[in-house]
Every structure is written in structure tokens, then in C-alpha cells.
Write a protein that binds this ligand. Structure first.
Ligand code: ACO
Length: 376
């Protein structure tokens, strides 16, 4: 049987750090509130486009696998942040890498985009469509954040990471997965202003309004990730005691603690990055995975549980059997250009272009946001 082993990994974190104190300079919020409700202390703000972040992450993953870009069969760009929708972003990464023989596609399931991409690439390798793939999880949320809305502005950050998958006869890579989507809850998380639905909605391209019902998302996230994790473990005949490390989506420390509790896995066996990077949507799981490898928390043969949820509300839980190698085969000197501004300076520049009072709240509420909000 053919498997899709993870043979390369690499992250690319923008250097500019936005602290809770920075946020409190323009929002009615505090370090105490953000830490106690979310576990977050800081997050990153990118000074480059998402394709550039992705290119560096993918180049590092390819060097780690010692796979030349010219040999890549497939690139999947998992994200809900697009530098452009047409042409797709995966093709931009392909061009930058010089991966001339690759096919390229974008996958958008919001925060689960990397996990959905990982499952898609695994299936394509296992069925012989391609022999290898680069799967990217990237997000550039700070650029379409509504910085006047404290309900969401404190939660998100930018980042990218990528993995390389290669066909293998040895049992490794994704060995089980459960995915789904609670579409009835889709109004609980919506970013208006990216997409095509502008007419009559009181917003224009580039002005964003976030519909965000934190408590609904919170409850549904815990339920979906816990249920999917229990199912995937049951279907693979795995007990909680056999999971070496959980690599969860990092939306809120309290959500992660609840999911770990339901799964019966102690927090010592859960990888956390939420405190320093916030919620990077599709980038959270691969960035946490790369950091787990770099800090020695993944051993040869480790069994990993990856779980996430995102807008849609999509959800996914995967079991990953790690292979023999936990160290990179090579490295690249590919890196981001220097950042000359602070994170707060960049956010203030974005804020200066936004005009919260210019947007018609009445128009927004009476327009297309007609789907009924679900109860918890
Ligand atoms: N600073 C200070 N106060 C705030 C802030 C803020 N940034 N945001 C909200 N508050 C206030 C509220 O207005 C409310 O005040 P009130 O009681 O006077 O009305 C109070 O704090 C409590 O608000 P709650 O919504 O009850 O706070 P809660 O404990 O539910 O935490 C949170 C809110 C952090 C958003 C939580 O619900 C959550 O994490 N939900 C899930 C979020 C999530 O998963 N997002 C990702 C979605 S999918 C994806 O990743 C794209």
C-alpha cells in the first residue's frame, strides 16, 4: 500500500510582534482581558504578501526534504487570505519556487484549510495521481482585519508553514481522518468585504466587517473537534494513551484545554503556540507542527493527533504517524526581506485607510446578513 510520508517541514513567521499593550493603544481592551479569555500575549503582523510568506516556508520545507523544486508534482495553498483570487496563489508560490512541473491549487476551508489540504494531497498520492506534494498553511489576516472591532481584532495574527509529502511504502503520514462542516452555523463567522457579494451590502472591496459570534463558535468548536477526534481514534483503533502529541488549531487556549480534556489527553502532550502567535487560522497547525519538530517533541514513529475547526464551520481531525526522520536533510538561505516598521506602525497604517464610521451599519444589518443565527 502507498502512504504519503511527511518528509519536509518549514515555517516562515513575520518578525514584527504586536503585543496586547499595542492593541490597547487603540482599542478598549487590556492585557488581562485578552490573556484570561484567550491565552494570547502577542501575534505577528506581516510586512510582505501571503505568497511571499508561503514561498519562504515552502522553500524551507523542500530543503528539509532535499527535494528539488523542479521535482514537485503538486502545490496546495491552504488559506482564506488571498493576495489575488485569479490567478490563484498556489501558482504564485510555484512561480517563485521554480516548480515548473507542479500542478497548483488553492484550498479554502478557513482555519482548517491546511488540514483539508493535507488530506487532499495524501489522497492524491495514495491513489497515484501525484508522487509528492507541498502543502502550505498560510494567513495574512491583519490586512483585512476590522481594527475597530475589539471582538475580533485581538484574536488573529499572520504566519505560514509548509510540509512536503512523498509517496512511501512504509506506514506513515496521515493514517486516518474525519472531516465535516456544520453549515447551519456559517453565519456565526463571516468576513464581509472579501468575495464578490458587494452590491447593496453597504461595503466595498477592502472594507471589511466581521460577523463573529464568539460564544457560538466556541461551543461548536469544542463539540466538533472533540467528536471528530474521538471518532478518528476509534476508527483507527487508537486510544488516548497512544497519542504522543496533539497539534490542535490555536484559536483559544480554553478551547484547546476543553478538547484535550474530552479526548482524555493531558496538556503536557498538547503543542501550544497560541500565547505567542494568536490565531493564524490555516497556519496554526503547520506552524505548531514545525515548532514541535524543532523543539524535539516529535520522535521517530510518534503518533500525532491534529484537529481544527474554522469558518463554515468546517472541522477536521487527523491521525499522523511520523516516519523515522525528525531532523532536516538540508537548509536554505531563502528569507524574508528586512522589516523596517513596527507591527503597531503597520497596523496604524491599515487603520488609517479604514473608515469604520463611513460604513453604514444600518445598511449592513438590513442587507444580506439574513441567515438565522444558530443557537449554540
Ligand atoms: N477586550 C475587552 N473586552 C472585550 C473584548 C476585548 N477584546 N472583546 C469582548 N469584550 C467584552 C464583551 O463586550 C463582553 O462585555 P459585556 O459582558 O459587557 O457584554 C465581555 O467582554 C465578555 O464577552 P464574551 O463574548 O462573553 O467573552 P468570552 O469569554 O466568550 O470570550 C472569545 C470571547 C475570546 C471571542 C471566545 O468566545 C472565543 O474564543 N470564541 C471562539 C473564537 C474562535 O474560535 N475564533 C476562531 C474562529 S474559526 C477561525 O479560527 C477563523
Amino acid at each position: 500500500m502507498t502512504y504519503a510520508a511527511i518528509t519536509g517541514w518549514g515555517a516562515c513567521m513575520p518578525p514584527a510582534v504586536l503585543t496586547n499593550a499595542d492593541l490597547a493603544t487603540f482599542l478598549d481592551t487590556s492585557d488581562d482581558w485578552i490573556i484570561s479569555r484567550t491565552g494570547m500575549k502577542e501575534r505577528r503582523v506581516s510586512h510582505v504578501p501571503a505568497i511571499e510568506l508561503s514561498t519562504v516556508a515552502a522553500a524551507r520545507a523542500l530543503a528539509c526534504a532535499n527535494l528539488p523544486a523542479d521535482d514537485v508534482d503538486l502545490i496546495i495553498y491552504g488559506s482564506c487570505s488571498y493576495d489575488e483570487a485569479v490567478p490563484n496563489c498556489a501558482s504564485g508560490v510555484q512561480l517563485n519556487l521554480g516548480a515548473t512541473h507542479a500542478a497548483s491549487m488553492d484550498v479554502n476551508t478557513a482555519c482548517t484549510s491546511f488540514l483539508y489540504g493535507l488530506i487532499t494531497a495524501t489522497a492524491m498520492i495514495r491513489t497515484g495521481v501525484v508522487k509528492n506534494a507541498v502543502v502550505i498553511g498560510v494567513e495574512l489576516i491583519t490586512h483585512y482585519m476590522d481594527w475597530s472591532d475589539r471582538n475580533v481584532a485581538v484574536l488573529f495574527g499572520d504566519g505560514a508553514a509548509a510540509v512536503v509529502l512523498q509517496a512511501s511504502e512504509k506506514e506513515s503520514g496521515v493514517i486516518g481522518s474525519i472531516i465535516g462542516c456544520n453549515a447551519e452555523a456559517r453565519p456565526s463567522l463571516r468576513v464581509r468585504g472579501i468575495g464578490c457579494g458587494y452590491a447593496g451590502r453597504g461595503i466595498t472591496l477592502g472594507d471589511t466587517i466581521w460577523d463573529f459570534d464568539g460564544q457560538v463558535i466556541f461551543k461548536r468548536a469544542v463539540k466538533a473537534m472533540s467528536g471528530a477526534s474521538a471518532r478518528v481514534m476509534q476508527e483507527c483503533g487508537v486510544t488516548a494513551g497512544q497519542i504522543d502529541l496533539v497539534v490542535p488549531h490555536q484559536a483559544n487556549l480554553r478551547i484547546i484545554e476543553s478538547v484535550a480534556k474530552y479526548a482524555g489527553i493531558p496538556m503536557e502532550r498538547v503543542m501550544l503556540t497560541v500565547q505567542k502567535y494568536g490565531n493564524m487560522s490555516a497556519a496554526t497547525v503547520p506552524v505548531a507542527l514545525v515548532e514541535a519538530l524543532e523543539t524535539g517533541r516529535v520522535k521517530p514513529g510518534s503518533l500525532l493527533l491534529m484537529t481544527g475547526f474554522g469558518g463554515g464551520l468546517t472541522w477536521a481531525s487527523l491521525l499522523v504517524r511520523w516516519g523515522d526522520r525528525v531532523t532536516p536533510l538540508g537548509a536554505t538561505d531563502r528569507a524574508l526581506p528586512p522589516c523596517t516598521k513596527t507591527a503597531l506602525e503597520m497596523v496604524n497604517e491599515i487603520r488609517a485607510k479604514q473608515d469604520p464610521h463611513g460604513r453604514s451599519a444600518a445598511g449592513l444589518m438590513s442587507a444580506e446578513f439574513t441567515e438565522k443565527q444558530p443557537a449554540g
